[in-house]
Ligand binder design. Structure first.
Ligand SMILES: Nc1ncnc2c1ncn2[C@@H]1O[C@H](COP(=O)(O)OP(=O)(O)OP(=O)(O)O)[C@@H](O)[C@H]1O
Length: 676
């Protein structure tokens, strides 16, 4: 076998490594495509039914494309609303720092060249002056470098705050959070608002520095380098980088999609843990001692997430090998060639001392230029990762924006309407143009109720609840009792018939599982009035645990007497004596019993004293006697009740009864007056 020369061996090695990287990249690319399909299916497991999927927006392809540019532009408009905004000022300061840094680098490389030259010439006075200049330059250089990092962090935080506040505005208006999570199946909205927005903000602020700085470097250093090596050699270097970037791009896997999928899988894993925290008691009662079921579910999520992350890491490793080989090391070889070639072919002899100074300066500048171009070539990686974060944030933004606008709600109702018509051909016969109006009392006229799947629950329902005429609703499980309330509260769109209801604020709703806010005991009763500041409340008088409830009736807050009356009426006044009175802070969700929570919720109704109270089995955990007392108090306070209850004993607190039969075929109902 012929023995290869050293040069031939090097050529073969280079060809082998280059070819290997290309083939490896392509194989990986194909594997990732197959893997993506699988992961996309896993990320969508939250979409519960075909009908709900029909109501969801179509998923757009996650890549660096025109859609990404449009979405990014929209997000940036939110992050930086005007050229005079705080964010714009921060970006301008950052740009100034970047320019200063490039100028400083140019200046320092000049000093390095002179230092080298003065050492070779043994010109010590020049060396000393140069050294002093060097030491001075270090001060602004250190300041500018740290300032750049600080500004980057400030920009990222400012963008995150602006974007999160915007999302909060849309997400919490018109009860979008309910539709997004319950009906639209938008996965992990909480993770998107907290983690993904933060990742997006830090990626975009990083991208600005990593794009703007190398561009500046290239422009300035090209001009400086032209003095020693001319433009021709530099363009050879740029041509090499252009070819390299095309090659790297061709072997790059879909990084944007992988970033988005990784975030989705991380969200699902966190969600699985969150479920354990919120259902700890039920799980603890029934789960086998080894925790097998929960462990299996958690490990399943963990494995999916880890499998994806492992593949991503391997892909990044291959990519880094290709990047390092082509950009970092081979670029230095090309740089040296570019510098040495003109000297090699030049006929004129140059002063060796001058040449040393030029060499040091040029090498320094060339290294900086190469690293700047290298950074620019690798910017595609940052851009693709940014595209992944952008798609996660945009999906949420588009979803909440669509749901918070009137047009979006109409589109959704229209889609649901179509589904209902497909599911129920008879509907045409009973169809009444849906209309929801505001009036003094609650009234249903020819209303047909449908679930979000389009299944009919109640057909052609007509009844009214005038003020003072409380109505009890009874019927088997799943017959649509709660759904009636959901449509009345406009959580589900009305599909057919006319509903008249008093405006919000005049109807108070209580569910079987009361929602307890973070805050004091006073805040629990006053909810949904925003909580009072804890520090302000605790400045007042301390509660004495031995004092009677009556003696505690003073005015720490103007409403305190009403709060105490409500607690008294629901027989949980003793809670006030447990700690800091109405100012006590506790994890209410954990410390109160089921019945106490429900009593606290009834205290809320008594405190607010609305015209109507809609009660959805809100006393199911209270003892039979206690339940009757609560109803007596509610009636006594003049509130008109629309209650769902299973105990026949509660009929006597109502003037009428609506029974839903729950049969899937008839979807019938019966309304009767009660002699109370
Ligand atoms: N978000 C939803 N998506 C699809 N179907 C739903 C949704 N919420 C409720 N349903 C279905 O609508 C039907 C009526 O539910 P609803 O909660 O109104 O029953 P209910 O009469 O209050 O029952 P219960 O007495 O058990 O509380 C049920 O079959 C339920 O599965």
């Amino acid at each position: 076998m012929a023995v290869l020369s050293k040069h031939q061996q090097r050529v073969v090695t280079l060809a082998f490594v280059g070819g290997g990287a290309f083939v490896g990249g392509r194989v990986l690319h194909l594997n990732i495509k197959r893997f993506q399909k699988e992961q996309a299916a896993l990320c969508e497991t939250h979409a519960r039914s075909a009908a709900q999927q029909a109501l969801q927006p179509r998923k757009a392809k996650v890549a660096v494309n025109a859609l990404f540019a449009k979405r990014l532009q929209e997000i940036l408009r939110i992050c930086m609303p005007s050229f005079t905004s705080k964010e714009a000022v921060l970006v301008i300061i950052q740009s100034c720092l970047l320019v200063s840094r490039t100028l400083l680098t140019d200046y320092i490389s000049g000093l390095e060249g002179i230092s080298g030259q003065s050492v070779i010439n043994q010109d010590w006075p020049l060396f000393a002056t140069n050294l002093a200049a060097f030491a001075w330059a270090a001060v602004p250089a250190a300041l500018v470098n740290s300032g750049l990092k600080y500004m980057q962090a400030l920009i990222s935080l400012a963008f995150q705050q602006r974007l999160t506040e915007h999302l909060h505005d849309c997400y919490l208006s018109n009860r979008v959070y309910y539709v997004a999570s319950t009906l639209r199946g938008l996965s992990n909205a909480d993770q998107r608002i907290t983690e993904d927005v933060q990742k997006f903000s830090s990626a975009i602020s990083e991208l600005f520095s990593y794009t703007f700085k190398p561009m500046l470097d290239i422009i300035l250093f090209t001009r400086s380098l032209a003095r020693t090596i001319g433009y021709k050699g530099q363009f050879a270097l740029y041509a090499y980088f252009l070819l390299t970037s095309a090659f790297l791009r061709s072997i790059s896997p879909p990084l944007a999609l992988m970033t988005a999928q990784e975030a989705a899988l991380a969200g699902n894993f966190r969600n699985a843990h969150q479920r354990i925290v919120s259902h700890a008691e039920e799980i603890a009662f029934n789960d086998p001692p080894g925790g097998d079921t929960e462990r299996m579910i958690l490990n399943d999520h963990l494995n999916r997430y880890m499998r994806h992350s492992r593949l991503s890491s391997f892909q990044k490793f291959i990519q880094q090998v290709a990047d390092g080989f082509t950009i970092k090391y081979t670029a230095s070889v090309i740089g040296l060639l570019v510098y040495a070639a003109p000297l090699y072919y030049s006929k004129e002899t140059r002063d060796s001392k001058q040449l040393t100074g030029d060499y040091i300066r040029s090498m320094r500048l060339m290294m900086n230029t190469s690293s700047a171009i290298g950074q620019l070539v690798l910017v595609y990686k940052r851009v693709t990762a940014l595209a992944g974060h952008t798609s996660r944030v945009s999906e949420l933004l588009e979803s909440v924006k669509q749901l918070s606008t009137k047009e979006g709600r109409e589109n959704r109702a229209h889609a649901l309407q179509k589904m209902v018509e497909t599911n129920d051909p008879d509907k045409i016969a009973t169809y009444i143009t849906p209309q929801l109006k505001y009036g003094p009392s609650i009234e249903f006229k020819n209303v047909s109720l449908y679930s979000p799947d389009g299944a009919m629950l109640v057909r052609d329902l007509s009844f009214s609840v005038p003020t003072g005429q409380s109505t009890i609703i009874m019927g088997p499980n799943g017959s649509g009792k709660s759904s009636l309330f959901r449509v009345l509260a406009e959580l589900w769109p009305l599909q057919s018939g006319v509903i008249s209801r008093p405006p919000r604020g005049e109807i108070f709703y209580l569910s079987q599982r009361p929602y307890l806010v973070r805050g004091t005991l006073r805040d629990q009763v006053r909810y949904p009035t925003p909580p009072l500041s804890v520090s302000r409340a605790t400045k007042g008088k301390k509660w004495s645990s031995s004092a009677s409830l009556q003696s505690l009736k003073h005015t720490n807050h103007p409403d305190d007497n009403r709060v105490l009356d409500a607690l008294d009426a629901t027989e949980i006044g003793y809670l006030v004596h447990r700690g800091d009175g109405l100012d006590q802070l506790q994890n209410w969700e954990e410390t109160l019993s089921g019945g106490e929570k429900q009593r606290l919720a009834v205290a809320r109704v008594l405190y607010h004293n609305p015209r109507y109270a809609v009660l959805d089995e809100c006393t199911s955990a209270v003892s039979a006697d206690g339940e009757e007392n609560l109803y007596k108090n509610l009636r006594g306070s003049g509130i008109t009740l629309l209650s769902i209850a299973h105990r026949p004993a509660l009929k006597k607190y109502h003037s009428a009864m609506l029974c839903l039969d729950g049969s899937k075929s008839g979807c019938g109902w019966k309304y009767e007056r009660l002699d109370n």
